[in-house]
Design a protein around this ligand. Structure first.
Ligand code: EPU
Length: 456
């Protein structure tokens, strides 16, 4: 099992190209199931979750050819997907267990193949993560859904004894925490091949949904309103193949922005989706970071320079996570890490995944002063963090610990970095290119310790 050894205290400076978005690429890859034509996706990052989706698509009868990027500084590789056997429609537990985003195949498989069977994803480190809204949306389109032995089986209504098409409907997709991103992706993918008109009310407005709608539109779908809470879809009989470039990863970009603030650094991001990061940039500016964004370029692929707070130091702020365009839950942990060094008390409230605070106890081990009550934490800034061995069991919490290690005095060991590898491509190389002292170490002993403790 790999770990990172980080010697903190270096101001990070330099230039990075933001990679293609993991969370956009996953539903785009699943949407390849909607067509008989080839789907080519560009700027696809080389990540464990993406490789997991390739594996799943291969099991579901697709030929998947991935060419990773030639240069480490490119935004990603190119993948070509061609359905060769549309008869298989079972996403097995072994895969779903390792990659929750397997659920994105449900809508496309159901709409194109007439049935889909997929293991119900369990909870994960950041909370329960139900899929009731996905199922509610697909039922409204006429799907017959059953749950058996931990698998969801969905079927289109029968027509002349055979699997027929889904039927357009008006669907409200809001739940107790707002809309659902992958649920919106699933219902949108199912509705594009349904008969008639679908209106999704309380649709997720995330940029990843806009990217999905853009790709589906290029494939021949008829979608209006993506990026707003009401999306209207006129179903079509079939979709074509497509060649599409994935949007840059706003969470990766936002993480490196936090690194600039936290190390009082100076980082320039190429291919930066600043337009999708307004809430994050606003909060970082209030905390003292300075931004210079090239206004002449495409705001989703711009050049963005981020400088730390200088001698003034990091200022305390209040942050509440919300659905887009609010502050993203996927950047809460990284911003929290930065605020441990602020000059005063910050308040962070998590409204999407209210238990997503695995990083708090680990940061405390590094000298951070954090008080949590339910979904709110008060972070009292300290003068310094001190390196320590730490571990987190989810992707963004791990990124937060790496950031803390970069700013801490002494050595921080971040264990179990396979969580990071799910969502950050070559993070250690990229940080090293900015001047960080960080090494990946393969530590077999850690496996023994984890096994002895029954962790995993
Ligand atoms: N929810 C329900 N019922 C549902 C679906 C969701 O109650 O059927 C709740 C969730 O429990 C949560 C809220 O609704 O409280 C939002 O969840 P959502 O469905 O939007 O999450 P998701 O689509 O499963 C994606 C990202 C997550 C990101 C969330 C929120 C992917 C692959 N995952 O998950 O990314 O945190 O949206 O923005 O796109 C990450 O990258 O680290 C990550 C966890």
């Amino acid at each position: 099992m790999d770990r990172f050894d980080i010697r903190g205290g270096t101001r990070l400076a330099g230039r990075l190209t933001v990679k293609g978005s993991k969370n956009a690429a996953l539903p785009l890859l699943a949407a390849a199931l909607l067509t008989d034509g080839p789907v080519v996706l560009r700027d696809v990052p080389d990540l464990a979750d993406i490789r997991g989706m390739f594996k799943l698509l291969t099991e579901l009868g697709c030929k998947v050819d991935y060419t990773p990027a030639e240069s480490a500084d490119a935004a990603g590789g190119v993948v070509r997907i061609q359905v060769t056997d549309p008869t298989i429609s079972h996403a097995r537990y072994e895969i779903v267990r390792t990659m929750r985003a397997s659920i994105c195949t449900l809508g496309p498989m159901l709409a194109k193949r007439g049935s889909a069977r997929i293991s119900l994803p369990g909870g994960c480190a950041i909370g329960e993560r139900p899929v009731d809204l996905h199922l509610r949306g697909l039922s409204a389109l006429g799907a017959d859904i059953t749950l058996d032995s931990g698998d969801i089986t969905a079927r289109t209504p029968k027509a002349n004894g055979k699997a027929g098409r889904l039927r357009g409907a008006r669907i409200f997709l809001g739940g107790p925490f707002g809309s659902t991103v992958l649920g919106t992706a699933n219902v949108m993918c199912a509705a594009v091949l349904a008969e008639g008109t679908t209106v999704i009310e309380c649709a997720a407005c995330e940029p990843e949904i806009v990217d999905l709608a853009d790709m589906l539109t290029k494939m021949g779908a008829n979608i209006a309103g993506a990026g707003s809470p009401r999306v209207t879809i006129q179903g079509v009989a079939r979709l074509n193949g497509v060649d599409h470039r994935v949007i840059p990863d706003r969470i990766e970009a936002g993480t490196y922005m936090c690194a600039a603030l936290m190390t009082n650094g100076d980082i320039t991001l190429d291919n930066c989706p600043a337009d999708a990061l307004m809430a994050h940039i606003d909060r970082l500016q209030h905390a003292g970071a300075k931004f210079t964004v090239d206004e002449q370029m495409d705001p989703m692929r711009t050049l963005c320079r981020v400088q730390g707070a200088g001698t003034r130091g990091i200022q305390p702020i209040e942050v509440t996570t919300q659905p887009h365009p609010g502050f993203p839950t996927d950047l809460q942990a990284q911003l929290l890490a930065s605020l441990t060094l602020a000059d005063g008390n910050s308040v962070i409230t998590e409204r999407i995944f209210t238990e997503r605070f695995l990083h708090v106890a680990e940061l405390t081990r590094m000298g951070a002063s954090i008080f949590r009550q339910g979904p709110t934490v008060i972070v009292s800034g300290v003068r310094r963090l001190v390196g320590a061995p730490v571990m987190a069991s989810d992707l963004r919490a791990s990124a937060c610990l790496v950031l803390a290690g970069l700013a801490a005095e002494g050595t921080t060991i971040v264990n179990r970095v396979y969580h990071l590898d799910r969502g950050y491509e070559r993070m250690e190389d990229r940080l090293r290119s900015l001047g960080a002292q960080i090494e990946r170490v393969n530590d077999k002993e850690e496996v023994g310790v984890a096994a002895a403790q029954g962790v995993g």
